[in-house]
Design a protein around this ligand. Sequence first.
Ligand SMILES: *[C@@H]1O[C@H](CO)[C@@H](O)[C@H](O)[C@H]1NC(C)=O
Ligand SMILES: *[C@@H]1O[C@H](CO)[C@@H](O)[C@H](O)[C@H]1NC(C)=O
Ligand SMILES: *[C@@H]1O[C@H](CO)[C@@H](O)[C@H](O)[C@H]1NC(C)=O
Ligand SMILES: *[C@@H]1O[C@H](CO)[C@@H](O)[C@H](O)[C@H]1NC(C)=O
Length: 426
Amino acid sequence: MTMIIKQIWMQLYQFITLVSTLTCPLLTKSEISPVLINKFELAHPGFLTLLRTWTLNSTSWGLFISCFNAIPETTDSVYSVPNIGQQLTTQIIPTRITSQITWPNGIVSADPLVEYSMIVPSGFLVPGKTNGNLYFISETTITPLVPSDKTNWFYHDAEFKDMDGDGFIDIIAGRANVPLIGAPRTQLIWLKNPGNRTITGPWKLNYLLSDGGPDIQVQFAIVDSLQVLFANSFFERKLQMFWSDSDPFWNDTTKLHVRHIDYEPLPYAYVQLTVDLNGDNKPDLLVTVNDEFNGSLIAYELPPSGEIRTGNFVKHILASGFKPLTQAKGRGAPGEGIAIQFYSLAIRKKPILILSGDDDGCVYLLEAIHDNDPSNWEYSTTIIHKSEKSTIGQVTVEDVDNDGYLEMFVPAYNENIVYIYRLMEK
Ligand SMILES: *[C@@H]1O[C@H](CO)[C@@H](O)[C@H](O)[C@H]1NC(C)=O
Ligand SMILES: *[C@@H]1O[C@H](CO)[C@@H](O)[C@H](O)[C@H]1NC(C)=O
Ligand SMILES: *[C@@H]1O[C@H](CO)[C@@H](O)[C@H](O)[C@H]1NC(C)=O
Ligand SMILES: *[C@@H]1O[C@H](CO)[C@@H](O)[C@H](O)[C@H]1NC(C)=O
């Protein structure tokens, strides 16, 4: 029913757009207004992730929540709200999946390994919380995948690829080790899938870069028919791209190339390759630089076709000047930015951007000012959520109830609240 209404609306929308472009070339976009529809309590929600789950013989969205505190040597919890689309206006009580993981970070779908499974990367540079792992969770079993050597590496992301061509999907990740005294160390590793039917124990650890690798995000993409890996280092302040001369085999480190896309004097917090930001139908990188005084949201255009190995990544600063509510070492802003296609392509040719402010307590909506001009990178920035004294964690957005409107989930870490908004049009 809602699908049909959506389709009719889309057709009507396209018709109106057609008529308006014929009669009125200066069609203004509708205004996006977030409407708070619910909230629920949970101690220290940090990262939110929506994953497709299997409940009652069908797939639906499940909300997964990584929670942690800074008390040394304690373990933390991961919660879920199954079938969140059916619970949007009810009293939400999350279910605890585990209380045995130290500082769980953003959760990653592990569907390439086992359908409806996930990986929880864990650990952080907080004292007593540095010994992280990549935890594989399928139904109720929780398996650490990195062999434990008690050396205090921590993890923020995971990617999937058969690295050695044996027919089994392996895992790739960056990791960091930040001693109290001395320089941080960062590595790019991969874990070999032993090919067992069920995942029961740690996988063999292999190195792609045993020093100076990425430590936060990793993302495979195919550009100009070349398989590349985009990645960022927070602690070594690098934005990197890797490829292998022996692709599809990536297990020979002598065949691996690394290119530094850019250097900043500041830490790169997030990187992701988007479908397109500026309306030229070419992928762009969306990157955040997290800082205590002047954090920013940055886009990079990929080099022209055929030049991915050596061509120039053109940089555009979309917004800057972000800083934490109270300045202190270890605090920063902003957090992750995400690109979202908002309704009809006819009016909004460029995706909207939702940016978590991290330690500045806000969530921002960025909208392109000139949708029809791919050479223009100006954005308007609006605060769409503000917490007076709370860090905002990882925000996630999907139409979880399939009503044609996007729902936005906002974790307010110090308030112990998860806010749920629906992105409506005025
Ligand atoms: C799920 O599907 C099975 C097999 O088709 C059926 O027996 C069962 O009743 C279904 N369960 C629910 C909750 O719909
Ligand atoms: C998994 O596979 C490896 C390599 O084939 C084997 O040595 C190990 O015993 C297997 N583990 C389990 C639990 O089946
Ligand atoms: C990579 O994997 C292939 C296939 O399993 C193997 O033949 C080759 O020796 C491996 N290369 C290295 C450098 O380990
Ligand atoms: C803040 O950072 C942006 C992006 O790097 C830069 O363009 C701007 O000049 C900086 N502002 C200040 C006050 O340093």
